[in-house]
Design a protein around this ligand. Structure first.
Ligand SMILES: Nc1nc2c(ncn2[C@@H]2O[C@H](COP(=O)(O)O[C@H]3[C@@H](O)[C@H](n4cnc5c(=O)[nH]c(N)nc54)O[C@@H]3COP(=O)(O)O)[C@@H](O)[C@H]2O)c(=O)[nH]1
Length: 717
């Protein structure tokens, strides 16, 4: 940016007229006196008596008028005049001469004198000559001031136009550049000479020409001039850094130019002038903000908002054209495990790869979006048959399953995909997404890594589930949970050795619910931790009562879920419960499933160890049911194993069951673990178990799970 060309002239407008000055040059003092008297009050008077003194005065000072005698004692007045003109001294010289010859007057006027007055001077004439000269000087000065101001003003305007941050231009009536300021060079890379005479279309992006025409051909003036027309202007050089290096986005406003001399009704249109402001950066920022508002930043895919918007549009088209449209809800399987095991950076990488793979499976008109987390949605418009979605789902399953490396290990992503088809499964955005989500949920529950269509009964099940979830939230406060207790017996001593606490929910509408009806839901919603706290407290409270009643040998087994082991304070909570009711920790047995141990997570191992160190017994429930690896028995210091009911049930029917129980008895002995069989329903089963070496048992044969007061009654000798 250059410096603003201001000078004192710009601020001199209000200054007063300076006092005018007259130099009287004559060797006769008498004449000088009479001149002074005559001119008094008209100007400031300075006198001198010879030519040299006059020259010295004129050299050092400024005068408006010089009254110069032609005949001086040292040099002639004409020589002084010549000297003054050579020096470009601006004072007006009035030559005074006693010479009657006309030639001296001609010489004086030729030599640059402004006036000639003959001696002896007629005071009237002399006064008029001096007045005229002073007046001329005043005019000259004001003209000079005006000219300087004009020049200054022009320089200022030129400066403002050239230094303006915008392109400023004028066009002729045919739309050709007449003037364009220097900004065009830095913004577009054109020098103005290249543009002058060229039509404005040279600069405008092809697609914007129609819109630009209105602004560039603007004929209106003043406040009605066109404004804020957004167009793209072409850059000449690639090194001009802008949107795509080839165009800038400009906001254009223009006004018509008319010949001012003409009468108003006959105004002649001469062209337009306008301003083009570079708004590329602003547009870029706006585009970025709008992209962020409608896209997922990790995968760059459309987000929920944009997906819903596109779906709404596609649905109205599908309804008009009577075509089918598919919506897929895709949820990655095991994503949480990936995040927990490999960290969030690897999790993000997986999501990006999945997004790429999903994209490959789709057509140009389809929309893939990431709703958040590991959830993606797909919109498939213009389907001929609902089953067309199957092909896409199969392709997705295949593409997705290709191996990739995560944290140095090979991983094959899989997904659960729910499908809803318009109009069969829903006619609104909300319904289709919700139904595809429901279908996905069913696929997840049915074992993941597959796809499935929505069916209306899912909605009913979902509603039921939601209602159950709401009720579950309130069940603790409403004291709707109860514990039933099932005795555990020693076959050898015939003694009751303990109780297993089994949770029941006295549901206000559905009646007494067994855990199978709500534990999974409690685990999913995280409510299980609060429920487990209640079970621990209630179980220990009851055991303390039994101990107080003389059954001090009784132990209490209770079940914890895998989610309880995610709590950092599980150990403290378990240990605190018996302590609070005055029971030893060794009277408490926590039942956990094999699957929890198989995850082999270090913190689960640590918690089991610490529980054991505090004396709490830990039993593996449903032992032998699913996994054959016994490795975990070496790592986990459990105290008991519980033979799964299915083996007990098959005893007598299937020789294999007896062999497995025999093997489990061997394992228990080998690892020094207490062994108990569950699900014993008959005397025969009890006898065979005892024969195989399993002496402690639990099952309907000995007693069903009952409320505390009933089981105590029953168990009291
Ligand atoms: N996290 C928690 N889980 C709990 C809690 N209470 C129970 N559970 C889990 O629910 C599973 C099912 O329990 P339930 O419906 O109570 O079934 C138990 C017994 O009623 C049943 N049983 C007992 N004897 C017999 C029999 O002779 N035959 C037969 N068919 N069933 C019998 O078996 C279940 C005992 O299960 P186990 O724990 O494996 O000993 C239950 O398995 C728990 O996982 C809780 O408070 N928290």
């Amino acid at each position: 940016m250059g410096e603003l060309p201001y000078s004192s002239l710009d601020f001199a407008g209000a200054a007063q007229e300076p006092v005018q000055r007259i130099l009287i040059v004559d060797d006769e003092a008498r004449l000088r006196d009479s001149y002074r008297e005559l001119l008094a009050g008209r100007a400031e008077i300075v006198e001198c008596a010879d030519g040299r003194e006059a020259m010295a005065r004129l050299d050092s000072d400024t005068f408006d008028v010089v009254l110069l005698d032609i005949r001086l004692p040292d040099i002639s007045g004409l020589a002084v005049l010549q000297w003054a003109r050579q020096r470009a001294i601006s004072a007006i010289v009035i030559m005074v001469s006693a010479d009657p010859d006309i030639d001296s007057a001609i010489d004086a006027l030729r030599g640059g004198a402004g006036e000639f007055v003959r001696k002896p001077c007629d005071p009237e004439l002399l006064l008029r000559a001096v007045e005229r000269a002073l007046q001329r000087r005043r005019l000259e000065r004001s003209h000079a001031l005006l000219a300087a101001r004009l020049e200054q003003s022009e320089r200022l305007h030129r400066f403002l136009v050239e230094q303006a941050p915008d392109i400023i231009y004028t066009l002729d009536e045919a739309g050709r550049f007449v003037f364009v300021n220097g900004r065009v060079e830095s913004l577009l890379g054109f020098c103005r000479e290249e543009l002058v005479g060229q039509p404005y279309t040279e600069l405008v992006h092809e697609e914007d020409r129609e819109r630009a025409r209105y602004a560039f051909a603007e004929r209106r003036t003043g406040g009605r001039a066109s404004a804020n027309v957004e167009i793209r202007l072409r850059c000449k050089n690639d090194d001009v850094v802008h949107v795509d290096n080839r165009f800038i986005v400009a906001m254009l406003s223009a006004t018509g130019i008319y010949e001012t001399e003409m009468p108003r009704d006959a105004l002649r249109f001469m062209g337009t002038y306008g301003i083009a402001r570079d708004i590329t950066e602003r547009k870029r920022a706006e585009e970025k903000i709008s992209f962020q508002a409608f896209h997922d930043l990790l995968t760059q895919l459309p987000n929920r908002v944009l997906f819903r918007d596109r779906l709404a549009l596609a649905l109205s088209q599908a309804a008009r054209r009577a075509t089918l449209l598919g919506v897929m809800f895709i949820d990655l399987d095991r994503f949480k495990t990936v995040n927990d095991s490999f960290g969030h950076a690897e999790g993000d990488q997986l999501l990006k790869t999945v997004a790429q793979r999903l994209k490959h499976c789709l057509r140009a008109g389809d929309t893939l979006a990431r709703l958040g987390g590991d959830e993606f949605t797909v919109m498939l418009p213009d389907l001929l048959h609902a089953d067309d979605v199957v092909g896409v789902a199969e392709k997705i399953a295949q593409e997705l399953g290709a191996p990739l490396m995560l944290g140095g290990q090979e991983f094959r992503p899989t997904a659960s995909i729910g499908i809803a088809v318009f109009p069969r499964d829903g006619e609104t955005v909300e319904a289709l997404i919700a139904h595809a989500d429901l279908a996905m949920y069913q696929v997840k529950n049915a074992g993941k890594n597959s796809f499935g269509f929505y069916s209306p009964h899912m909605s009913e099940a979902r509603r039921e589930r939601l209602s159950l979830e709401n009720d579950l939230q309130l069940a603790i406060e409403r004291r709707e949970f109860v514990l039933h207790y099932q005795p555990q017996f020693s076959q050898r001593s015939g003694q009751m050795i303990g109780m297993e606490a089994l949770l029941r929910w006295q549901h206000p509408r559905l009646g007494l619910l067994a855990p199978g009806g709500f534990i999974a839901l409690a685990e999913e919603t995280g409510l299980i931790c609060r429920i487990s706290d209640w079970v621990l407290q209630e179980g220990c409270r009851q055991l303390a009562l039994w101990h107080a009643d003389g059954h001090r040998h009784l132990r209490l087994a209770l079940n914890l879920s895998a989610r309880d082991f995610e709590r950092k304070d599980l150990l403290e909570r378990v240990v605190a419960a018996p302590a609070r009711h005055g029971i030893g920790c060794d009277r408490l047995e926590i039942e956990i499933t094999e699957s929890l141990l198989l995850d082999d997570a270090e913190d689960v191992i640590a918690t089991v160890r610490q529980l054991r160190q505090h004396g709490v017994r830990v039993a593996i429930d449903d032992f032998g049911m699913r996994y054959s690896s016994l490795n975990y028995l070496r790592r986990f210091p459990v105290s008991s194993i519980k033979i799964d009911q299915s083996f007990v049930r098959d005893l007598g029917r299937d020789q294999g069951a007896a062999s497995i129980i025999h093997a489990i008895v061997g394992i228990a002995e080998g690892f020094g673990l207490h062994l108990i069989a569950e699900g014993v329903e008959s005397e025969e089963q009890a006898r065979r178990l005892a024969d195989l070496g399993c002496e402690d048992m639990q099952g309907y044969y000995f007693g069903r799970p009952l409320p505390a007061d009933e089981v105590l009654e029953w168990a009291t000798p």
